[in-house]
Design a protein. Sequence first.
Length: 70
Amino acid sequence: MDELKFGTKNKRGDFAPKDPLQTAPLFVFPPQPLNFLKWLPSYFLPWNMLFMALAAVFWFYLTPPIETMK
């Protein structure tokens, strides 16, 4: 990855990004529902959906029945 695409370095090697850091639209005031709805798919895809699917596989296929665990 070429980090100079996203910022600059001074002669001491300190990196400074081009764009300022932004918080998620969930925590902005006043609320911006349209920006939140645009951001929501990028929050869930791909890693959170993978973790949810993995948890479901463990729950439904690898956990013994309740009667056995009693």
